[in-house]
Write a protein of this length. Sequence first.
Length: 430
Amino acid sequence: MYPFEATATAAREEVPQVMRGRTLSVGAAAAALGLLLAAAASGPDAHAAILDYLHITGPSGYLGEPLTYEVWWQGPLADFEKSQPLVLEIFRDEDIPDQGPFIRPDPVATFEFDLKGKMKNCGEHWCAEIQVGFDQPGSYQFWYHLKGSPGSSLGTIGTLWYHAPEYANVLEISGPRQIRFSRDPVPYRICWRGSLEELEDNHIDLALLASGINTGHYSEGHRFVTGDGRISPCITVDVTFEAPEPHRLSVGVRNWTTWRSTWVEFGKVAVGYSFDQQSERLRLFPDLREQVARDPSKPDLYRQLVTALRQQGIQDMLVFVDGLELALDVPPTLKNGRTLVPFRGIAESLGAAVQWHKETSEVVMTRGNTVVRLVFGHHTAYINDRPVTLDVPAQVIDGRTLVPLRFVSEALDAEVAWDPDLRFVQVLSR
């Protein structure tokens, strides 16, 4: 029915193609696709063996792009290998009844992967990779099972689209790029600058993804319509940021009439405790600030912005994190020829939690799996219990902790640069 190619690979290791047959190639327009499985096994033993031990995860994508999916097995490897091969049957969503007695439809595709000898030890589970790809749009589900084991489980692939990169040219997204963390919804305005006839003649909606280091927010179904159902080229969508950490905001445009879709990047949004959105200085030169935020790796853009600020009489040392200026109550300073920067402000803008222990004069920063400890006046700090020598000890100035700039790079795994002529600090997360 469809031309098909599928391959199986061991984790991080290329292996030969294992099968050719009829069918599809897999892609999806949702963000981080996890195939969360609902079991329909024929008995309790089969239910446990399949649902509890076997899982499949994979990325998003589009039609025509072979995608890699990871197969996890959390049971005894011998049980998995004696039950090979892995069988997947693909069904169109509309062929599976929503209500009434379940009647199993004919699959649009069936294929097998023999993973015997290809599973690798991936820590708490065994894993291998399979590659598949669809060439027809639509919403799909699949049944999967191990051929040598009774029962099967149901998984959702998602909706597969034709890639429409031209939509990126007609979508305009505006909203804040630095936010004081509160978990309150943050409004973003999204405007369609393309043909209004296309909006009127097609079912077009939006999906929004705000992905952080450890958290994320996803919503969908936002249409270009007013409350009374009229088409509107601009709408406002609320986004909730779940943690004080850097996020990337993306908007997916989905045309359900033509099955065309793409994702449009708004870019980084800094969510932290140290931003003062009411600061008059942060309102100056919005066009230059937008350029820096969109391309934070270009020093020349920073220099243009800082030069303009200097001409306005602003002479403080400035700190930029991922292209966004921090509003700090204590600016950087020089000590014995070394640049000292506010540790809490920079750390929190990069998603770290910082605690001050008054009894021991110790500052503790936690970011992911990294724990940093330093004591005022000491030349040694600790990163995950590894000692690090500071050029200048941590200082307390006006109640704020300042540390050497080079230490920020090592403690936060960030790129840092100091411009001695214009006196500003540039920090880029990795």
